[in-house]
Design a protein around this ligand. Structure first.
Ligand SMILES: CC(C)(COP(=O)(O)OP(=O)(O)OC[C@H]1O[C@@H](n2cnc3c(N)ncnc32)[C@H](O)[C@@H]1OP(=O)(O)O)[C@@H](O)C(=O)NCCC(=O)NCCS
Length: 224
């Protein structure tokens, strides 16, 4: 479905959003999208979805779950090609029948959950994230990994199941984020520089941080 058709069916959608023509969104009324988001071709979404800003969902990603499940992705996150986010799963232990054609009373232990991917996370190609997982801020997952449990912030994890291999540099990431926010504010607010696009995230940052400009490209007041 073309972006122009799907756009009006989504619960909400921000500015500068690109959705490929072959993206499948089963429940568009459960999908909220921030600003500066790309959802590439052949992405398949059957859960609720709440996306912040500056997010990339690469080709062939699946986000599975149904109406009672949800994926939340905070700002500056990405799912690289072929990632599977499994928000809902039947119980495979033998206590329940399995698969969606079977009425729910014969699948009482099906998990319908929220998966939460916090700010600055990236999930490597072909990795799988299982239900009810929260990935802590700033953590990245190596290619071909399996995530079954919550992960702590600012780590580099990989493997099946994932293990924390190294630390990620929290300070430099957050400094870089602040630099970007400052630049966005500058380009948006300063009349001397004419940006091609207005990025509405700037306004969010401006409001959150109470930063505004005096028209000379210098911060006038901060931290009100
Ligand atoms: C996890 C990752 C970040 C580690 O990168 P790195 O620190 O540069 O690691 P190296 O390449 O030096 O590898 C270190 C060791 O880990 C192993 N390794 C690296 N990535 C691995 C992975 N995803 N799963 C299992 N082992 C992995 C390497 O084989 C190597 O093992 P060795 O010491 O026995 O030789 C990276 O390998 C990765 O998977 N990145 C995701 C890339 C991706 O999916 N990009 C999508 C497009 S943007």
């Amino acid at each position: 479905m073309a972006y122009t058709d799907i756009k009006y069916k989504l619960k909400s959608v921000g500015k500068n959003v690109v959705i490929g023509d072959n993206v499948y969104i089963r429940y568009p009324h459960l999908v909220e999208i921030g600003d500066n988001v790309i959802i590439d071709e052949f992405v398949y979404i059957t859960a609720g979805l709440k996306l912040g800003s500056y997010i990339h969902i690469s080709p062939h990603v699946s986000i599975i779950g149904g109406v009672e499940a949800k994926l939340i992705m905070d700002d500056f996150t990405c799912l690289t090609s072929g990632v599977r986010i499994v928000c809902t799963s039947d119980n495979f232990s033998g206590s329940d029948l399995t698969n969606s054609t079977v009425p729910p009373q014969y699948r009482p232990n099906t998990q319908r959950t929220t998966v939460h991917i916090k700010k600055h996370c990236a999930i490597g190609t072909n990795s799988v994230v299982m239900p009810d997982v929260t990935i802590g801020e700033g953590t990245v997952i190596g290619a071909m990994s399996l995530v079954t449990k919550d992960l702590a912030p600012y780590g580099i994890y990989y493997g099946n199941p994932v293990k924390r291999i190294r630390e990620r540099d929290e300070q430099s990431l957050l400094e870089m984020e602040q630099r970007m926010i400052n630049d966005l504010i500058k380009y948006d607010q300063c009349p001397l520089i004419k940006p091609k696009k207005i990025l509405s995230m700037d306004f969010k940052c401006v409001k959150n941080k109470c930063v505004y400009w005096d028209g000379q490209c210098t911060i006038k007041k901060e931290g009100l």
